[in-house]
Design a protein around this ligand. Structure first.
Ligand SMILES: Nc1ncnc2c1ncn2[C@@H]1O[C@H](COP(=O)(O)OP(=O)(O)OP(=O)(O)O)[C@@H](O)[C@H]1O
Length: 609
């Protein structure tokens, strides 16, 4: 129930929608019922001698029966034609009246739907934004465990399903009950005896339909989960399309997709079957009830208790009443489906970032002295990967991390911008624990250039501007010049305005690297964290990238995960990380003389080259 109210909270302010919706529905019901009531005078005019011929000259006082209705129509005819009119006049009058009523009822129906649609779109928009904003605020570690596809499917398809919960509320609370009551009033007006008789059938009809759709909610959840799997797989396979093709593994991934899709479709099908069963069943039950009514109502007509025309009108209205009744029960079923999806969406919305500002966080004002790792310990889940690391990077120094794969170099570099929080020891900048700094201010002074060049499907200029939102075109150009990127950018079709495609697919590896370096140059951070790319570039491209890197490193405090010999040579200090510990440290010269792990790594690299 809580879920329900929270979801409804997104349709804010609810009264802005509910109140007009209520009135539109009220008018719709009145005019709609009127259209059917007009069957009575119409039939009487056609089939009964001398009907409607005595004019009613004063507005009749209200009573809940057909006589009142008949007098009302006669009175209206009197107002239009006076006392002198023929059956044909009445016929035309009634037809125009029916057209008018039908026009009004449909107008109000349309207005009601407009309100509903606005509420649906606006509340989904609000919900989607909130969820996306929350996801963007989550700590990096969250994305290790939660699959991307799952998140995407929650924001896209689950949110879409939530609409049932929100909009059907209006139907259930503000439309269907009034329509049912409206129709019932009309039925009572025509014959209260018959109505009491038929009211017995209505709950039976409702109960049967209700039981059919009760189990929908469970299938809905399962279907949404399978859908998430499918989005995940699609995302993975599109990202890895080259590898899949290169390994001739498209059949493997195809089969996997077909399996998940099969499962999803089976669940959807069984859900749809049950859902669709509701409508024919209620229709059948409605007609059956009408047939039973026919016997009782017929006997009233035969005994002279009820006019034949009134009975016909009664039957037509009675069949209409099953419609709101059906939509009432359907809506309940859909609300459950919406709540199931809503629970998943709200869970994502309730997810809190594990890395937040301390209550007394201070703004960092720049790096003045040094960064210190003091007995730092860190584990992913329960696996300790950094086991007591101590070192310092003084302002202006370039410190290179080297060591065997899986030693923990990337992890160490992720700890400085607080992508992850450490479990033991402390990382201090100018003697202050980084957890005491305001996170945004901490990251303001850092530039991260990762091994994987992260570019977005946007123009070159916008990709660079990520480093500095308010950069001028000239600043962007200068940064590109420093990063050796300006020339190739000018050769692209629209220069800085060229779109680089998904993940920068339209560029070469070296060009992508130089763009991500240019981005860091533009940000001009005091502290640079650089994970050098290992991917092989040809000599020319390598030279351009290396020059760009040197320009980037100049005058900055840097922690570099070094793969290139040249970077290692230039570093002020080299730290060898092995199995989460510092194995050796010193300058290139000192480490070579030790003939330890470092010397071996360098030899291996030289042999390769
Ligand atoms: N997100 C993660 N969840 C769990 N374990 C992880 C995660 N990322 C890395 N690890 C583990 O932590 C250890 C250190 O990984 P890290 O990426 O820091 O090593 P590295 O020295 O940078 O390696 P490489 O040179 O190959 O990039 C490895 O054993 C790795 O399996």
């Amino acid at each position: 129930m809580n879920t329900y109210w929270r979801l409804l909270g997104f349709a804010k302010p609810i009264e802005k929608y509910a109140i007009p919706y209520f009135f539109y529905t009220l008018f719709y019901t009145i005019f709609y019922t009127f259209t059917f009531m007009l069957i009575m005078p119409l039939l009487n005019t056609l089939f009964v001698e001398d009907q409607l011929l005595e004019p009613v000259t004063a507005l009749p006082s209200f009573a809940l029966n057909t006589d009142y209705f008949r007098s009302l129509v006669n009175f209206l005819i009197y107002r239009v034609f006076g006392t002198d009119y023929s059956k044909m006049d009445v016929l035309i009058f009634l037809s125009v009246f029916i057209i008018l009523m039908s026009f009004l009822s449909n107008l109000f129906r349309y207005l009601g739907q407009r309100v509903m649609e606005t509420m649906r779109v606006r509340s989904l928009q609000r919900l989607r934004n909130r969820v996306y904003d929350n996801v963007m605020g989550l700590h990096v570690g969250y994305f290790n465990n939660e699959r991307k596809g799952d998140i995407i499917s929650k924001i896209s398809s689950d949110v879409q399903v939530v609409q049932f919960c929100i909009t059907n509320t209006l139907l259930v609370a503000f439309r269907d009950p009034f329509m049912i009551v409206g129709f019932l009033i009309a039925l009572v007006m025509i014959s209260w005896k018959l109505t009491i008789f038929s009211v017995i059938f209505l709950p039976v009809v409702a109960l049967v339909i209700g039981s059919i759709v009760k189990r929908l909610r469970k299938s809905a959840t399962a279907a949404q989960e399978r859908f998430a799997d499918m989005v995940s797989l699609m995302d993975e396979s599109l990202t890895g399309i080259k590898i899949l093709k290169g390994y001739n593994a498209t059949d493997y991934i195809r089969n996997k997709f077909h399996d998940i899709n099969g499962l999803f479709s089976r669940i959807s099908l069984s859900m749809a079957r049950r859902q669709q069963l509701a409508s024919p069943t209620s229709e059948f039950l409605g007609i059956s009830a009408a047939a039973v009514l026919m016997v009782y109502g017929g006997s009233l007509v035969l005994s002279g208790d009820l006019e034949a025309s009134a009975f016909v009108a009664y039957l037509s209205i009675f069949t209409q009443i099953t419609r709101p009744l059906r939509s009432f029960t359907d809506s309940f079923a859909n609300i459950n489906q919406g709540i199931a999806a809503g629970e998943r969406v709200l869970a994502l919305l309730d997810e809190k970032s594990k890395i937040t500002n301390a209550p007394d966080a201070v703004r960092m004002t720049g790096l003045h002295d040094e960064i210190e790792f003091r007995d730092v310990r860190f584990s992913y889940d329960n696996k300790e990967v950094i086991c007591g690391v101590n070192f310092k990077i003084r302002k202006g120094e370039t410190v290179a991390l080297v060591g065997p794969s899986g030693g923990g170099k990337s992890t160490l570099s992720d700890l400085i911008p607080r992508f992850y929080d450490i479990q033991g020891g402390a990382i201090l900048i100018d003697g202050v624990d980084i957890r005491q700094y305001d996170i945004e201010s901490l990251r303001e002074y850092m530039g991260v250039v990762s091994q994987e060049t992260i570019l977005f499907n946007d123009t070159i200029a916008n990709n660079l501007r990520l480093g500095k939102q308010d950069a001028t075109d000239e600043e962007i150009r200068q940064a590109a010049v420093v990063a050796n990127a300006h020339n190739f950018i000018m050769e692209t079709e629209h220069g800085y305005q060229t779109n680089i495609g998904d993940r920068g697919m339209k560029l070469s590896g070296g060009q992508r690297q130089r763009l991500s370096i240019a981005r860091a140059v533009l940000k001009n951070p005091e502290i640079l964290i650089l994970d050098e790319a290992t991917s092989a570039l040809d000599t020319e491209s390598e030279k351009l990238v290396q020059e760009a890197l040197n320009a980037l490193l100049k005058g900055r405090t840097s922690l570099v995960i070094a793969h290139r010999l040249s970077t290692i040579h230039n570093a002020d200090r080299i730290i060898v990380i092995e199995k989460g510990r510092i194995a050796e440290q010193g300058t290139h010269q000192q480490l070579m003389e030790r003939h330890g792990i470092y010397a071996r790594l360098i030899e291996m690299q030289q042999v390769e080259e």
